[in-house]
Design a protein around this ligand. Structure first.
Ligand SMILES: Cc1ncc(COP(=O)(O)O)c(C=O)c1O
Length: 399
């Protein structure tokens, strides 16, 4: 699809003026997704799976179709897909539902977003579970031999991100997952920055659990997925219950419904899930290979340009495959001040600070945080060129 037509699907890009480079936070929403969300309110507006009327039944069928489509997108079965509200919600639900006892060990990495750090730290505080943190190497990556050593610590769970939200680095998820299994640990992959950007095949990676959000792949906010591999539910006992989760209540006993419904208490974000279904279709239509190639080209261009500018401190120090995230600073300038200047001078939207990954940003030596530019498949090379031009203007204006 040519880029002009592709961009025409995104109403937020219609003024042609702003440059949106904050895609790692949330991607823009294409028209088919918006239309689907609106059509829920126009055609349905009711709850699903509860009513005895045809409209509720039709809506339930649409939700199950969404579940099937999301499942096949990551090569899973529908029963393995639990709809949640976002990645953070998925990880918290998993952490609280896992059969961990005091002194059991959970291993995470120093790269993690707070969403895959704090739910485990909370278990440490409230349940006396031990959380070990695998330190990163000098390039901000994972050393597999060191991981093996840490796993020998008898971790019950190894929870790690598939791609860093600070540097865009892609971790060797399959190798890490296999190593964890060899050492007897369960595996959770925080797939928030990979699903919809590159092929993510839950079966091939072999993880027991995975978490991701619709809003990072052209879907609406407020919808996430907790993938629970068939059989892995035996390690869980759902921590949140309510309407929709129970088959029968008799006296003070209750019997839960089958999986995945036992993990979906209360009313879900129905319009969000319908929109997510359209987002999956949209992304599939563009093609994950095309998306990956496009992001890689934009990333390479930006990295090459920034690395040759002596006023720039670049934290991405490799030209390896990346999900399109660049972290840098302008020497002597606070990241926040610089990001505001990009907005004022060039209408360029960037993020500044610690990107909800304080331990990692500190580990790469960015004491005050970084400026983060993150690209998507609907960005253009002209936008990347303009970003480089504005970088020179920002440097002259505030240095
Ligand atoms: C790697 C990673 N994990 C988790 C999250 C949290 O996602 P959400 O805010 O959708 O829960 C993000 C969001 O930036 C992320 O990049």
């Amino acid at each position: 699809m040519n880029i002009k037509r592709l961009r025409s699907f995104f109403p937020a890009l219609s003024d042609g003026k702003k440059i949106y480079f904050d895609n790692a936070a949330t991607s823009l929403t294409p028209k088919p997704v918006i239309d689907e969300v609106v059509s829920y309110y126009e055609k349905f507006g009711v709850n699903a799976g509860r009513g005895a009327y045809r409209l509720a039944f039709e809506l339930s069928m649409k939700l199950e179709e969404a579940r099937e489509n999301v499942a096949s997108f990551i090569n899973a079965s529908p029963e393995e897909i639990v709809f949640t509200f976002n990645t953070t919600d998925s990880i918290n639900k998993l952490a609280l539902s896992l059969d961990l006892k005091p002194e059991d060990r959970v291993l995470i990495t120093q790269i993690e977003h707070h969403s895959n750090l704090l739910p485990w730290k909370l278990l440490e505080k409230n349940k006396e579970v031990k959380v070990d943190v695998l330190p990163v190497n000098e390039e901000g990556g994972i050393d597999i031999d060191l991981l093996d050593k840490y796993l020998k610590n008898k971790s019950k769970m190894f929870a790690f991100t598939a791609a860093s939200n600070v540097l865009g680095t892609i971790l060797k998820a399959k190798e890490m997952s296999d190593l964890a299994h060899t050492n007897g640990a369960l595996v959770l992959i925080d797939a928030a920055q990979i699903v919809g950007h590159r092929k993510f095949d839950a079966r091939e990676v072999g993880c027991d659990f995975a978490a991701f959000s619709a809003h990072k792949m052209c879907g609406p906010p407020g919808v996430g997925v907790l993938y629970i591999k068939k059989g892995a539910e035996k390690h869980l006992s759902p921590a949140f219950l309510g309407g929709g989760t129970v088959k029968e209540i008799s006296g003070n006993q209750f019997f839960l419904r089958e999986h995945p419904y036992d993990f979906e208490p209360g009313t879900l974000n129905i319009p969000g899930i319908l929109g997510f279904n359209q987002a999956v279709k949209f992304v599939e239509n563009i093609g994950l290979d095309n998306i990956e190639r496009k992001i890689q080209n934009l990333y390479r261009f930006i990295i090459n340009e920034l690395s040759s500018n002596k006023n720039i401190l670049l934290y991405n120090n490799t030209l390896e495959e990346n999900v399109g995230i660049v972290s840098f600073n302008i020497k002597g300038v606070s990241p926040h001040q610089a990001a505001v200047a990009y907005d004022n001078l060039g209408n360029i939207m960037l993020r500044s600070g610690f990107h909800c990954a304080i331990p990692f940003v500190q580990a790469i030596g960015a004491k005050e945080g970084t400026i983060r530019a993150s690209v998507a498949f609907y960005n253009t090379i002209e936008e990347a060129e303009r970003f480089i031009e504005i970088t020179s203007e920002v440097i002259s204006a505030i240095k």
